[in-house]
Design a protein around this ligand. Structure first.
Ligand code: AMP
Length: 351
């Protein structure tokens, strides 16, 4: 168990790190952020920061020297410089290795009995045409690495689109389009002793590939798929000997849950847990990596809606404070670019 006053290192400087640091501070820990930019929104609320590139091995080693445990909030950190400090990390970087490559991730999940959308590895226009022939269209071409919030994705509506598309010069994967009736995520926390706790699953709505809202309770049709999805997510965590919060995103289809992707970290669709659960995803992540007892994950209100504040909408986000049960979070970002997550609002329904 990490004693209070110890130092937690966070790789990544975004809002997830910012909210993680707030929970760490509540428990008496100090945080140091490691991110390439000097003015990261996580560093604004931390004790110290390293502004270095993620592939700078000596800087990563110097950072880890100052930390009792190192975790991450950003999953595209290269794994090689983390290998020498893996013993000090929670979760172990093997989780990053699996999650960073959509192909490796799908094979791993299928190996555990999970179902994914039909997919094929694509490295050329020829591969893409053969993938659309085999899997059919519509579908989505995705970069295998570094994609987030719908970036690095191209919708393919017909085989003709495939012929016309200049396949990007990076490894990609073609996925058949899943006819889902809802999207949901399973968020769990796993302790050092292997104990797993799940939060209730929100029903997620995405707009232009970006999460727009997470609503609880999820519909009865989604709730009927949770046992199967939780079983898979729990198996993923156990197979990785995972410590901390892990998220698996699913499509709810008439044939049952289809695994979309995992995020080996706290997740946007779990922001509602700050006010809506007995223990938030951020606090339980800190508890898990510090070897503290896990907190209760129970939902504490009958209806909860988390809405992301995107781009220019940030300017009016504080207006929501006039509502009795609205909780506004702003991430301290200076520039309100289109599609940028600036904050979120959680509305807690008391009845
Ligand atoms: P991703 O980055 O893979 O999570 O994709 C972002 C969003 O795009 C998902 O949450 C879905 O709304 C949509 N999407 C991604 N892949 C598929 C697919 N194979 N079929 C249907 N919709 C998809």
């Amino acid at each position: 168990m990490l004693k209070s006053g110890s130092t937690i290192g966070i790789l990544g400087g975004g809002q997830l790190g910012r909210m993680m640091a707030a929970s760490a501070a509540q428990l008496g820990y100090k945080c140091i952020v490691y991110a390439p930019e000097k003015d990261s929104v996580a560093a604004q609320v931390c004790n110290d920061f390293f502004a270095n590139k993620y592939d700078d091995g000596p800087a990563i080693a110097a950072f880890a020297q100052q930390c009792d445990v190192v975790t991450w909030e950003f999953e595209n950190v290269p794994v090689a410089p983390l290998t020498p400090i893996a013993d000090r990390m929670a979760p172990h970087p093997r989780a990053l290795e699996t999650a960073q490559d959509r192909l490796a991730e799908k094979r791993f999940v299928e190996g555990l009995g999970g179902r994914c959308a039909a997919y094929q590895k694509v490295d050329s226009t020829h591969d893409l045409i053969s993938a659309t022939d085999r899997i059919g269209a519509p579908g989505i071409l995705k970069t295998r690495r570094d994609g987030y919030d719908g970036k690095g994705q191209w919708r393919i509506n017909s085989g003709r689109d495939a012929e016309g598309l200049n396949v990007p010069d990076v490894p990609t994967i073609y996925e058949g389009f899943v006819e889902f009736f809802a999207e949901f995520s399973v968020i769990l926390v796993r302790g050092k002793d292997g104990e797993i706790r799940f939060w209730d699953s929100a029903q997620n709505v995405h707009t232009d590939g970006i999460l727009a809202t997470s609503t609880l309770p999820a519909s009865a049709q989604v709730a009927a798929q949770l046992d199967e999805a939780r079983k898979l997510a729990g198996d993923v965590a156990a197979a990785l000997n995972y410590v901390g919060v892990l998220t698996c995103e699913f499509f709810a289809t008439h044939e049952g849950p289809i695994f979309n992707e995992m995020a080996p970290r706290v997740h946007n669709s779990g922001h509602w847990t700050i006010e809506g659960a007995a223990t938030s995803q951020f606090e339980n992540h800190i508890r898990a990596i510090c070897g503290l007892p896990l907190g209760d994950t129970a939902t504490i209100a009958p209806r909860i809606v988390m809405e992301n504040v995107i781009g220019k909408d940030a300017a009016k986000a504080l207006d929501a404070l006039q509502e009795a049960d609205a909780h506004v979070h702003l991430y301290g970002k200076n520039q309100a670019r289109d599609g940028r997550k600036m904050g979120h609002i959680t509305r807690i329904g008391r009845d």
